[in-house]
Ligand binder design. Structure first.
Ligand code: HEM
Length: 487
């Protein structure tokens, strides 16, 4: 603590140092409005500067062309050390960086790619689609009756339940009769516990010990109890990802609680960003009639003449062809993503930026990239705060992947899933499941947002933690679509 409180002086060749108050540094200004703070610092200090945030030193690299320069520093900049320390503190699982476990954990880590990407992704997405339909069918309003529900409640209800069952399987004892869906009381309880735990995430991320957040602690432990191997062993259709993680953890001889807590961590990773991303995608689509019309046209062209009771199945090619929905999702991610990419300097070293500028980095300091600076940069995205459903489509209506700053094409122009060592392994699944969700609600329902508030603001207390949720819910009215069946 004494070392942390001792004021630091900038050494030769180090980036400009933004010190602020003793010990606190600039944490208060940063915490109030991270984007505004970083934009102002970028203007004042340029592409790289170091800020003292509550006793720790973070060097921010703000130039998008220099993202690759940071990613290339795998030897000097460690991702896992920071991420694992954070995860261990919040989820309470074992230290997988310890010499005893680190080798076996590498195997566990490699399962992400093996089960969430490539051919296994198709099976996972197929299961997700079937589960989404089950949940939607279960909550179907009676014919010609408008149902009202908060949009966030609606999205969370459908996406959490379907996503949970897709990864962790169905509780065989609680299966509902055919046609009644997969909803069991345990999924409802898991949803409540997940939301209670997730609600405390900003405090936990800021360093508040979970023991002081009683409700979140109880919720986390309840989730872990439901994900003990002896419980999971009774579930049907557990995903390959979870089954293979269970097998690997069993071989590692961890205690049962530790194994279960790693599953809570996986549950959080699979839901915490997906739920708000699905919310914003649907919200923006409903707020913008031209987006709604284009999306519905895309869906109706794909599913013509579908009999009333038939479950929809969608090939990988069809899912990929939904580029209007994809553009809506990417635009929603651009506007709502506020994740921060953090690496720890494992040694003193010199970082060379894209411009050729060099900066001395100290061992133990954090290097931070904040993609929201790119996502809201008016040079890259004109009118950056405006939702444009076709921003990621070109003039021919095809996927647009070329974005420029100062006349130069950017590699990193949309980074909601991180990049390099910390790139999200579930990114393809996430886009697929949100597409499926939008597709099904467009196909099944007429939907209206009944409150006409102009702008719904994101909850800034979660800046740095991923996709920002809305600061409040909005009321949704929906009813079964009357014009759907064209037989
Ligand atoms: C990591 C974003 C959905 C699994 C990450 C990271 C980001 C991210 C930014 C890196 C975190 C860091 O730097 O510490 C998102 C977004 C999603 C999403 C925006 C939805 C819109 C998913 C889904 C899954 C998933 C659906 C799994 C089914 C993971 C895992 C990691 C991760 C396992 C940790 C990877 C590692 O330790 O190397 N995600 N994610 N994510 N995500 Fe996602």
């Amino acid at each position: 603590l004494f070392r942390a409180c001792r004021p630091r002086t900038r050494r030769e060749k180090e980036p400009p140092l933004v010190k602020g108050w003793p010990f606190l540094g600039v944490i208060l200004e940063y915490g109030k409005n991270p984007l505004g703070f970083l934009q102002a610092a970028q203007k004042k200090y340029g592409d790289i500067f170091t800020c003292q945030l509550a006793g720790k030193y973070f060097t921010f690299v703000t130039d998008p062309f220099s993202f690759s320069s940071v990613m290339r520093q795998g030897k000097n900049l460690d991702f896992h050390k920071f991420a694992m320390g954070f995860s261990q503190r919040v989820f309470g699982h074992a230290d997988f960086t310890s010499p005893l476990l680190s080798e076996s954990y590498r195997e566990v880590h490699s399962l992400f790619r093996q089960t969430l990407q490539g051919p296994p992704l198709e099976q996972l997405s197929e299961t997700m689609l079937a589960n989404l339909q089950s949940v939607i069918q279960h909550g179907q309003p009676s014919k010609n009756v408008w149902k009202e529900e908060g949009l966030q409640c609606f999205t969370t209800r459908i996406m959490f339940e379907a996503g949970f069952v897709t990864l962790f399987g169905k509780n065989s004892g609680l299966l509902q009769p055919e046609g009644k869906g997969v909803i069991g009381t345990c999924v409802q309880k898991a949803k409540r516990d997940f939301l209670a735990f997730d609600g405390a995430f900003p405090a936990l991320a800021a360093g508040v010990p979970i023991a002081l957040c009683g409700r979140a602690w109880r919720a986390r432990e309840a989730l872990a109890k439901g994900l003990l191997h002896r419980e999971l062993n009774h579930r049907m259709y557990v995903s390959d990802l979870i089954q293979r993680r269970m097998d690997a953890f069993d071989r590692m001889h961890l205690d049962e609680t530790n194994k279960a807590r790693t599953h809570v961590c996986m549950l959080w990773a699979s839901q915490a960003n997906t739920l708000p991303a699905a919310f914003w995608s649907l919200y923006y689509m409903l707020r913008h009639p031209e987006a709604f019309a284009a999306a519905r046209k895309e869906i109706d062209q794909i599913f013509t003449k579908l009999p009333n009771d038939k479950a929809i199945s969608v090939s990988k090619e069809k899912l990929e062809s939904m580029i209007v929905l994809e553009s809506i999702i990417r635009e929603a991610l651009r506007l709502s993503s506020a994740s921060i990419m953090i690496r720890v300097a494992s040694d003193d070293f010199i970082l060379t930026l894209d411009s050729g500028q060099t900066a001395a980095i100290r061992k133990g300091d954090y290097i931070a990239l904040y993609p929201r600076l790119i996502h809201l940069d008016p040079e890259i995205y004109p009118d950056p705060l405006v939702f444009k459903y076709n921003r990621f489509l070109d003039e021919e209506g095809q996927r647009r992947n070329q974005f420029y700053k100062n006349g130069r094409q950017l590699k990193h122009y949309l980074v909601p899933f991180g990049s390099g060592a910390s790139e999200c392994p579930g990114r393809f699944f996430a886009i697929n499941e949100i597409k499926q969700f939008l597709m099904l609600v467009l196909w099944h329902y007429d939907l209206q947002l009944s409150e006409h508030r102009n702008t719904l603001s994101p909850d800034r207390t979660r800046a740095g933690l991923g996709i920002l949720p809305p600061s409040q819910d909005v009321l949704l009215r929906y009813k079964t679509r009357a014009d759907r069946y064209t037989e």
